[in-house]
Structures are given as structure tokens and as C-alpha cells.
Design a protein around this ligand. Structure first.
Ligand code: SAH
Length: 218
């Protein structure tokens, strides 16, 4: 991951990507600005430099992917974030999603279960500018009890069921967004934690994520 230059060409392609995402129904201006300001090509192998601004997912090694920008935007919009909130992200992957959140002025706690991917984020110079992202190597099913409760929780891998321990780490009034399902296609869910352990569940569009797996991987 060598931070190549962010040229006018990259910036132009990025603006087009933002227009595409906007046309697909993403309206949050802060979110669109965040996508417009993050050089997505930094997060991909330089072999993908030319196509980094297409609205599609890419392999990032270890059988994992950097999500499609539209998917990143879709999940982020559902979180309805406000500045200074505390957000837990499960599935750091490339850290692109974490940066989108960080650009929007929240405090991000992100967990990755794969040591190799976690180590890549450690050595990725671009990420040093985000003092508001904390990276953790661990199992997202466990969450981060030490830092709980969170205002919002975002799961960026397909969960077979709603992770119970994560619900406990969500504030009352807090929101969890996750792709739910075991098959190749999942339903995007938004769960709002209400008083007395009640939950409000809303179902959105179908997406296809890599699975949320149990335990850590060395
Ligand atoms: N948010 C990422 C998308 C990564 S894909 C991005 O912006 O690039 C999903 C990631 O979730 C993968 O890196 C995968 O290793 C990770 N993952 C899967 N199960 C997990 C778990 N239980 N805890 C933490 N991370 C997990």
C-alpha cells in the first residue's frame, strides 16, 4: 500500500463516483463530501488504480473485499450519524468505511478478526491522519465491552443472526446496521434499541457481503 499521488485525474473520477452514488439515492451531503475527500485508490493494490473509482467491490487479500462505495454509503446513511458519536464497526477490512465515518466527525472503534488485515492498517500511512479511529484485532461477536456503550454499531460482514453481545453494547436509542442472513444474499437491517430491551427492526434492500465469522484468525 504505497500512497501514490492523488492527482486531478483521481479527483475527477472520484467526483463522478459521488454523482453516481447520489443518483442511486444517497442524499446525506456530509457523507457525499466524505466520499469525495477520501482517495479510494490508496486502499487498493496499485494494479487497480485505473478502476478504483468504479462503483464496485474489490479484493483486498485474505479472501476479503473493500465494499462497493454505494454499499458503504447506504450503510452509513442508515446509521443517521451526528458529529462526536461513538461508533463501533465490525470488519475493518481495508479501513475505507472507517475513514468515511471518521471524515464525518465521529469517533470510530473498528475491529478486524484477521491479523494480516489488521497489520496492514497498522502500516498504512494515510490512516495516521485519523486520530478519531481506533483499530482493534479481535472477534467482532465479542464487541468492545471496555469502550461500550456505543451510539451506533455498524457490521460490515454478513451476520447469520443479530449478535446478542453487541446489542448489549448499544445505548438505548442507539442504532445497529447489519446485513442479516446466511446465504449469498442478505437483507440490510436497521435495529433501534428502545427502552426496556425492546427493539425496533426495519428491513431494507438486499446486499451481498462476506460472512461474519467466529473467532480471531492469525
Ligand atoms: N468495512 C470494510 C469491509 C470489509 S469486508 C471496508 O471498508 O473495506 C468484511 C470484513 O469483516 C473482512 O475483513 C473480514 O475479515 C471481517 N470479519 C468477518 N468476521 C468478523 C468478526 N467476527 N470480527 C471482526 N471482523 C470480521
Amino acid at each position: 500500500m504505497i500512497p501514490v499521488e492523488d492527482t486531478y485525474r483521481h479527483k475527477g473520477l472520484r467526483k463522478k463516483l459521488v454523482d453516481t452514488i447520489q443518483q442511486k439515492g444517497i442524499e446525506d451531503k456530509k457523507l457525499l463530501n466524505a466520499i469525495n475527500s477520501i482517495p479510494r485508490h490508496y486502499f487498493l493494490d496499485s494494479a487497480f488504480d485505473d478502476i478504483a473509482y468504479e462503483d464496485r467491490a474489490f479484493p483486498i487479500g485474505e479472501g476479503q473485499t473493500i465494499s462497493q462505495p454505494y454499499t458503504v454509503a447506504y450503510q452509513t446513511q442508515l446509521l443517521e450519524i451526528s458529529p462526536f458519536e461513538k461508533i463501533l464497526e465490525v470488519g475493518t477490512g481495508s479501513a475505507y468505511q472507517a475513514c468515511v465515518l471518521a471524515e464525518m466527525g465521529v469517533k470510530v472503534f473498528t475491529i478486524e478478526r484477521q491479523k494480516k488485515l489488521f497489520n496492514l492498517t497498522k502500516n498504512f500511512t494515510y490512516l495516521k491522519k485519523y486520530k478519531n479511529i481506533k483499530f482493534f484485532y479481535g472477534d467482532g461477536y465479542e464487541g468492545l465491552p471496555t469502550f461500550a456503550p456505543f451510539d451506533k454499531i455498524l457490521i460490515t460482514a454478513a451476520a447469520p443472526e443479530v449478535p446478542k453481545k453487541l446489542l448489549l453494547q448499544l445505548k438505548v436509542g442507539g442504532i445497529m446496521v447489519l446485513p442479516l442472513g446466511e446465504g449469498s444474499v442478505q437483507q440490510m437491517m436497521r435495529i433501534t434499541k428502545l427502552e426496556n430491551d425492546a427493539l425496533k427492526e426495519e428491513v431494507f434492500d438486499n446486499f451481498s457481503f462476506v460472512p461474519m465469522l467466529l473467532g480471531k484468525k492469525n
